[in-house]
Design a protein around this ligand. Structure first.
Ligand code: DGL
Length: 289
C-alpha cells in the first residue's frame, strides 16, 4: 500500500452491479475523483448468504481494491455494510465506510413521527443493522423492517418503472405492512432500490421520505475526505475503472441503466479469489489476471 494522498482513486465495491447507484451519486457529489469499482458479479447475490461467507467475500473485495491503491473503501452494498465487523473496517489501511451509518443519520433527521421503515435483502434485515444504528440517534424510534428479495432480480431484468405491473404487485406485497404501520420515513437499504424509488414513492405517498443509501454514503464520504485532507482538488473530470468477477459484457449493458449513462465503458474481469487481505497488508500483490 502506498501512503494515502488526494490524487489516489476512491475504492467502491458491491456484490454486483447495484453499487453503481452509489457511483452515480459519487459522480454528482465528487465529480473530480477517480473511482475504482469492483462488482462481484460471479458470486452475487450476497443477500441470501450467511454472515461468514459475506464477510469472507468482502475481505477479498477489499483486498482487490487495496491492491489498486485506493485512498478510501466504500461498501456500497447494504448487505456487506450490515455484516462486515466495524472493528475490522476501522483497522483497514485505508478509511472504510459502509452505507448504514450515513443512511440512518439521514433517516433520524427526516422522521417526524418516529416511525421508520427499513427495506433490504434478507441478510440485511436479519442483521438488524439499521435498527441498531437508528435507536441511539432517535430514542423511542419504532422501526418496521421488510426483506424484499424480488426487488433485485426485477431491477436487473429491466422492471423498475412506475406502472410496470410486476413492480406494482411486488411493491404492494412487500410494503403494505410498512404503509399500515404509518412510517413517515423509508430507508432504501439496498443498492438496487433507488431505481424503484418512483414506484415505491407512488405507493407510499408524498408524506413518506425515501432515504437513498448511495446518496447518503456519497455525501458522508465527501465529508470524510475533507476531514482527512484527502479530497482531490480537481472539480471535474474524474474517471471510473470497472472490474468484475464474471460476465463483463452483461455488467456493461446493465451499467448503462443503473448509471443513467449511455456509455459507461468496458469492465475488466479479474479472479477475485486470488486476493487475500493478509497478503495485501504485507505488500504482496497477486500476478495480474
Ligand atoms: N448489493 C446488495 C445489497 O445492497 C443487493 C444484491 C445482493 O443480494 O447481493 O444488499
Amino acid at each position: 500500500m502506498s501512503q494515502l494522498n488526494p490524487a489516489m482513486p476512491l475504492g467502491v465495491f458491491d456484490s454486483g452491479l447495484g453499487g453503481l447507484t452509489a457511483v452515480r451519486e459519487l459522480r454528482r457529489v465528487l465529480p473530480g475523483e477517480d473511482i475504482v469499482y469492483f462488482g462481484d458479479t460471479g458470486r452475487v447475490p450476497y443477500g441470501t448468504k450467511g454472515r461468514e461467507v459475506i464477510i469472507s467475500y468482502a475481505r477479498q473485495d477489499i483486498a482487490f481494491l487495496l491492491s489498486r491503491d485506493v485512498k478510501t473503501l466504500l461498501a456500497a452494498c447494504g448487505t456487506v455494510s450490515s455484516t462486515f465487523p466495524a472493528a475490522e473496517g476501522d483497522a483497514l489501511p485505508a478509511p472504510y465506510l459502509g452505507v448504514v451509518g450515513p443512511t440512518t443519520e439521514a433517516a433520524a433527521r427526516a422522521t417526524k413521527n418516529g416511525r421508520v421503515g427499513i427495506i433490504g435483502t434478507e441478510a440485511t434485515i436479519a442483521s438488524g443493522s439499521y435498527k441498531a444504528a437508528l435507536e441511539p440517534l432517535c430514542p423511542g424510534v419504532e422501526t418496521v423492517g421488510a426483506a424484499c428479495p424480488l426487488f433485485v432480480p426485477l431491477v436487473e431484468n429491466g422492471h423498475f418503472a412506475p406502472g410496470d405491473p410486476l413492480v406494482e404487485l411486488t411493491v404492494v406485497e412487500y410494503l403494505a405492512p410498512l404503509k399500515a404501520a404509518g412510517v413517515d420515513t423509508l430507508i432504501l437499504g439496498c443498492t438496487h432500490y433507488p431505481l424503484l424509488a418512483g414506484a415505491i414513492g407512488a405507493y407510499m405517498g408524498p408524506d413518506v421520505t425515501l432515504i437513498d443509501s448511495g446518496r447518503q454514503a456519497a455525501l458522508a464520504l465527501k465529508a470524510r475526505l475533507e476531514a482527512q485532507n484527502l479530497l482531490n482538488p480537481r472539480q471535474s473530470g474524474g474517471a471510473t475503472a470497472y472490474y468484475v468477477s464474471d460476465a463483463p459484457e452483461r455488467f456493461s449493458r446493465l451499467a448503462a441503466i443503473l448509471l443513467g449513462d449511455e456509455n459507461p465503458g468496458a469492465a475488466t474481469q479479474i479472479t477475485i479469489e486470488k486476493y487475500d487481505l493478509r497478503w495485501i497488508r504485507k505488500g504482496y500483490r497477486p500476478a495480474t489476471d
